[in-house]
Structure formats: C-alpha cells, structure tokens
Design a protein around this ligand. Structure first.
Ligand code: FAD
Ligand code: SF4
Length: 508
C-alpha cells in the first residue's frame, strides 16, 4: 500500500530517516507550506522565505532523483493550512494508509502528528550525534548536567580533535583564549551571500503579500537555499573566518554584524548541512595548519557540545519546559524589542540588526537582549517567543533551551550554573557600543547612568535569597556589601524609577 513520506521544512536532508525508510517505487513524498507553521508565532519574513525557498528547491531535487513529490504551496487554493490537514488531504488523494515521518524538533508538532486521524509512524531524527537514549543515559544519576562533560563524551565518540585517546593540545577546552575584546579592524567581509533566483524571488513575493505585519525586513535576502550553496558558505567560512573565530568569539562591534561568526546555523538546522561534515572541515583546517586550535576547538565545541546538549535537554525536560519561570518574572516584553526607540545603543543595534538580518550572534543574543530581559524581570515565555520569532535559525529544540535555560535562568539552573547577567562594564569591555551611547557606562547612578548598571544590582538584590549562596556569585554580593549604604539606596531607587518608566512606555 502507498505510504506518505512527510518531509518538514527543517528536514531538508537526503539522509533524513523518513526518506531512508521510503520506497521510491511506491511511496509519495509530502511537503507543504502551511499557514499554521508560519504563524503559530509570527516568524521573521526572512525566515519564512528561507524555509519555503529551500523546501521548493529540495522538492525539485527529489523529483530530479526520481521521487514522486506532492508539494503544496502556501497559496494553493486546496491548501488545508496545517501539516495534519495536508496529510489528510494527500491521504485521500492517493489512498495512502500510513504516514512515515521523521520526529519533529518541537513538542507542539509531535503532538499534532500523534493526534492526527491517520496512522503516523515517527522515526528518530538521527541527523544528530547523540540519540535521545544516549543523552538520557548520560544524564541519569548526575547531580548537575554540565555541558562540558557531555562535550568530552562527544569528542571521544566522534574522535574529533583526539589523538591516542587524548584531546589534541592536551586540553579539552581552549575557551580561555577566546575572550578577546573587540578588534579595531575586521579583515573579513562576512558570510557568503547569494543573489535570489526566480524561485526565491517568487517565494519572497508570496511572503511579502501573506505576512505583511510580521516583524523584520525581507529586503536584502541573501541566504543560501540549497545544499550546494550551503556547502559553499561553509567553505567560505572555513577559509576566511575560522582562523580568527576563536579570538573574537565574544566581541561585538557597532559597525559589524557578523565579525568572524559562521552564520551556518540556518543551514545546519534546516538540514542543508550536517554537524559532522562541518566539524570535520574545521578539524581539517587545524590539521593543515590553516586555523589555530583555540578557534577550531571552540567552533567544534559549539556544534558537538552546545548544539547537541541543548537538544538533549529539550527532549529530556519535556513539553512543559517552555513554560518554566523559576524566577517568577512577570514584566511584559517592552516595545523596544520590536524596534521602538531606545537610548541604549547596544539594545538599539542588536534589535535593528535582528530586524534587518534575522540574525544576531551569540553574545548579542545572550549578553545584550537576553541580559536586559533577565535584569528587567521580563516574562521568560514572552522572551522565548520573541527569540523563536525573530531568528532565522530558531527551531524550538535549540531556541528554547538557549532562551529559557541559558539566557533567562527560567529552568532554575538546569543549563546554567549561574545567571548570565552583567552590568555595562562587560558590554563596554567586549564592544564599542558604549562609545556612541546616550548613557554613560562609567556612571553608576543618576539620569545618565547605563541602565545595565543599576538593573544589575537590582536583579541581584531581588534574587538574593536564591543566589547569594551560589559559590560562583559570592563575590558579587560581597562587592555590594562593601558599597556605601547611601549609594546602595540610590542604585535601587534609580533602578525602580527606570523600571517604572519602562512600564509606562517611556523611551529609556
Ligand atoms: C537567547 C538565545 C537564543 C538562541 N537561539 C538559537 C536558535 O534559535 N537557534 C540556534 O541555532 N542557535 C540559537 N542560539 C545559539 C547561538 O546564538 C546561535 O547558534 C549562533 O548565534 C548562530 O550563529 P552562527 O552560525 O554565526 O554561530 P557561530 O558562533 O559561528 O557558531 C557555530 C555554530 O555553533 C552552533 N552553536 C553555537 N552556539 C550554540 C548554542 N548555544 N546552542 C546551539 N548551537 C550553538 C550553531 O549551530 C552555530 O552555527 C541562541 C542563543 C541564545 C543566547
Ligand atoms: S552605556 Fe550601557 S546602554 Fe549604553 S551601550 Fe553601553 S552598556 Fe549599552
């Protein structure tokens, strides 16, 4: 009997499990652009355009390889509007009795497929290095699930940067060398960009017409949308940026959106590239003497360490993870996250870049927009939805643990051993934002004081009971205790006034 083989927009890999299980002679592939997936949060137009364009081209390549593909465009009049509705329609059309799918990376969609009135078999998505079973076994019985130990196991498993059972360079982690402040000059012109072809332009017109009120610019779309292009983007990064990736991994510059970052996450997460091939290319660059160990180890750790680890946490913790709010933060997400005016130069830059590119690099996400949300006590569910909407690489299995766990500490410390908070001093050290800011990063109180400076102490005081006993935070509380009492009172009353102004919708 005919089976339907479901391929989702982030499953664009020829070796995805459902395709491997399919029979070209009898089975029919189903791919569908649907409103429900583009709007359950209002995704950035560049993200929708990227996924639809890449889906159309993937479908074309499958047809070229002899598969029968039923592809639904968003504006097809018969389009049922959701993945289950499209599967039902195609089952009726073809008389198929069963659907084979690769397990989606989001509980919401797993649930929708499991509830569909069809026989659906979900196969494990094995495009990752660790299976759910392996991650569960690793987590079993551990008091703390620290990424570093998981990462070492992944190094042993893959053999990446290993020699004779030991890590290359006799150290697992070279992060110590990867915290250089922003350089004066960047000798890299940024990620490879791709002129939209006819298919991409058609998709862009459709997206512009269908989602006119989604936050974000569609103009300047230049992402890769095929595997061949993504491979070129990867080679470009390895050749031109990887050697300096490590040194300036945490740096930020007002005039440079990408520094030496890869901008490969959209391709990796959509399935156009695989994690192992990227890491092997990076390792080869090290073995060839092209890139130093701190860059290559740091880069590989992000992929076989962080990326795999956050996925493990998402599936281990279950569907209620995205609703966690350990610090009981309740403030609404301020309008400045949607591009309203702010006098904070760092926030203004990070949000504007996000609107224009659907991309910000890790430290902008963690230490600018994430840091501010955490310090200001913003509801983590709203923060999570914002990150899921605005970034081209955002799929819940990877976005939620990064936001709820790493950035907002809303999971109570499963991912982060302490909250990622900082005053303006850290931002000033790692960027040149403060030089062009309305506020003074040196001022600790008063109208001109950097908002991060006052909110930092306010956050620590609000959560003193929870954090003052944390060995990694004791020095922060001791610094506070050493301050003059009058100064401490002023800091807290300035913070309270600032938050009131934020709540009243004033420009801060
Ligand atoms: C609040 C917050 C939300 C985030 N949301 C997402 C998201 O939705 N999707 C996403 O892919 N990443 C997310 N990240 C992680 C990280 O910011 C992005 O992976 C990275 O910025 C992608 O850009 P790049 O390819 O230039 O990365 P690079 O800095 O060049 O790193 C190389 C690769 O490592 C991987 N990587 C690096 N850090 C992480 C991480 N913490 N978790 C998982 N993979 C990582 C990515 O695949 C990335 O392509 C988030 C981080 C934070 C703090
Ligand atoms: S002074 Fe404060 S608000 Fe302004 S750019 Fe620096 S850290 Fe950001």
């Amino acid at each position: 009997m005919v089976k339907l083989i479901l391929i989702l927009g982030d499953q664009l890999s020829l070796d995805v499990a459902a395709l491997r299980a399919a029979d070209k002679a009898t089975d029919v592939i189903v791919m569908a652009e649907v409103f429900s997936e583009a709007t359950y949060v209002r995704h950035h137009p560049k993200k929708i355009a990227f996924i639809f364009a890449a889906m159309r081209k993937f479908a074309q390549s499958l047809r070229g390889a002899g598969w029968q593909v039923l592809y639904s465009q968003l504006d097809d009049t018969q389009n049922g509007g959701s993945v289950p509705a499209e599967l039902l329609r195609r089952a009726e059309e073809t008389g198929a009795g069963e659907v084979i799918a690769t397990r989606p990376g989001e509980w919401r969609l797993i649930d929708a497929l499991e509830q569909a009135p069809l026989k659906v078999t979900l196969l494990e998505d094995d495009r990752f290095l660790a299976t759910h079973g392996e991650f569960e076994a690793w987590a079993e019985g551990r008091k703390a699930l620290r990424m570093e130990y998981f990462y070492r196991d992944m190094r042993r498993k893959t053999g990446l940067l290993m020699e004779g059972g030991k890590p290359v360079g006799d150290k697992w982690n070279f992060d110590h060398d990867n915290r250089k402040a922003a350089p004066d000059q960047i000798n890299y012109s940024g990620p490879l960009s791709f002129e939209p072809d006819d298919t991409t332009r058609d998709v862009m017109d459709l997206v512009a017409a269908s989602f006119p009120d989604h936050f974000g610019a569609l103009d300047g779309f230049n992402f890769a949308t095929t595997r061949e292009e993504a491979l070129r983007a990867m080679a470009h990064f390895i050749t031109h940026a990887l050697p300096r990736f490590g040194d300036f991994q945490d740096a930020m510059l007002s005039e440079n959106k990408f520094l030496y970052h890869a901008v490969l996450s959209p391709y990796l997460n959509a399935g156009l590239l695989g994690p192992l091939e990227i890491c092997e290319a990076a390792e080869q660059a090290y073995r060839d003497g092209h890139a130093p160990i701190n860059a290559v180890e740091g880069f590989i750790r992000q992929i076989i360490g962080w990326r795999e680890y956050v996925r493990g946490i998402y599936f281990l913790e279950g569907p209620n993870y995205t609703g966690r709010n350990a610090l009981e933060h309740k403030r609404d997400l301020p309008a400045l996250y949607w591009g309203s005016e702010t006098k904070m130069h760092c926030m203004s830059k990070a949000v504007a870049q996000t609107r224009d590119e659907a991309y910000a690099h890790h430290i902008q996400r963690l230490m600018i927009t994430g840091n501010f949300a955490l310090l200001a006590g913003i509801d983590p569910v709203q923060v999570h939805e914002w990150y899921l909407e605005v970034y081209i690489d955002a799929f819940e299995w990877v976005e939620a643990p990064n936001t709820i766990g790493m950035s907002q500490f809303a999971d109570g410390g499963i991912i982060a051993s302490k909250p990622y908070v900082s005053s303006g001093a850290y931002i000033n050290r790692m960027s040149n934002y403060c030089k062009s800011c309305h506020y003074s990063v040196k001022d600790k109180t008063g109208e001109a004081a950097c908002p991060f400076n006052v909110l930092y102490w306010d956050f620590l005081m609000r959560h003193k009971e929870r954090f003052s006993g944390n060995p990694r935070m004791g020095n922060m509380y001791r610094t506070w205790e050493r301050m003059d009492e009058g100064h401490r009172d002023t800091v807290l009353s300035d913070a309270s006034a600032l938050l009131q102004r934020l709540d009243a919708g004033e420009v801060i």
